[in-house]
Design a protein around this ligand. Structure first.
Ligand SMILES: C[S@@+](CC[C@H](N)C(=O)[O-])C[C@H]1O[C@@H](n2cnc3c(N)ncnc32)[C@H](O)[C@@H]1O
Ligand SMILES: [Zn+2]
Length: 279
């Protein structure tokens, strides 16, 4: 079946998971590949089966080339041990899961591979990211949306994944069912330290203290799991790593070329997984 047909069926079966991002009203069942709310705001389904819910075009930091590199390094397993820990923290594996700022979709895809079941939705503000996700991964619903004006219904989600992406705790509270979980992943001091040292960004070591404090303010009983390991790299993956990380975005092209020519054989991954639950 065509992707657009699959998505139409998915949305019609899960209309209660969505709301109009403009007036917050419910959508009516899809006809003619258009999602329409009771106030006649409408959003088209694309041929790939995605829906574009943005009201204005955002500034896009990730281009397709960077997203492709992120996909390749993700599929090389850079974050697999982190994802394995995440899936074991999910209380309701068969529930409704939302990946906030899902990027090109590999994390959600891998979580499904590791045993996440139920209903899976990934969204990102980047159209290019969602195009990549929907082109490759068909076992989740993908849409372009802004966390600040989201098209998702209140009290409807069992799990929110918030992996290296922005947070909006007020919005998370609105979206989660009572008892629903927010699983947030943030880098720790040693995350990608080899790159930080090479580009001289480690004079002031990275600190995640403010992010952690903010999380604990919202979820005082949160659990915290530190995951730390080395990932081996070949020179091709080293180049993709440099290409995809925001750390190297501001360095001059000639410096970047030099870094590419001096590959590191391993990279340090050190991250915190924070798990909070709505009362
Ligand atoms: C560092 S990337 C992480 C992507 C993915 N979670 C990963 O770990 O590979 C941050 C992502 O958040 C997305 N993002 C930023 N602001 C957003 C917003 N307001 N709503 C939805 N996504 C947003 C970006 O487009 C980007 O894909
Ligand atoms: Zn509306």
């Amino acid at each position: 079946m065509k992707k657009i047909e699959n998505s139409k069926i998915f949305i019609n079966n899960h209309l209660d998971l969505f709301q109009c991002p403009i007036c917050k009203d419910h959508f009516t069942p899809i006809q003619d590949y258009q999602l329409v709310c009771s106030n006649h705001h409408s959003f088209d389904l694309s041929k790939k089966g995605t829906v574009h819910f943005l009201l204005k075009q955002p500034q896009n930091e990730y281009n397709k080339d960077m997203l492709q590199s992120r996909r390749l390094i993700a599929e090389d397993g850079l974050w697999y041990p982190v994802l394995k820990n995440i899936v074991s923290e999910v209380n309701c594996k068969n529930g409704v899961h939302l990946d906030v700022g899902c990027g090109e979709g590999s994390h959600l895809q891998h979580l499904i591979k590791l045993g996440l079941e139920g209903t899976n939705i990934g969204f990102d503000i980047s159209k290019d990211a969602i195009q990549l996700a929907s082109a490759e991964y068909t076992n989740a619903f993908w849409c372009v949306a802004d966390l600040a004006q989201s098209p998702f219904a209140s009290n409807s989600y069992d799990t929110i994944f918030n992996i290296l992406s922005p947070s909006n705790y007020k919005e998370f509270d609105r979206l989660l069912k009572p008892g629903g979980q927010v699983i947030k992943v943030v880098p720790s001091e040693k995350y990608l330290i080899e790159i930080r040292e090479l580009i001289g960004k480690n004079n002031t070591p990275y600190s995640n203290k403010d992010v952690l404090n903010k999380f604990y303010q919202h979820y005082p009983n949160a659990d915290r799991i530190t995951v730390s390991y080395d990932h081996n790299l070949n020179s091709e993956m080293w180049e993709h790593l440099l290409n995809m990380t925001p750390l190297s975005w501001n360095i001059e092209e000639s410096n970047k070329e030099q870094l590419i020519l001096a590959p590191s054989e391993k990279i340090t991954i050190e991250m915190e997984i924070l798990v909070g639950a709505k009362d």
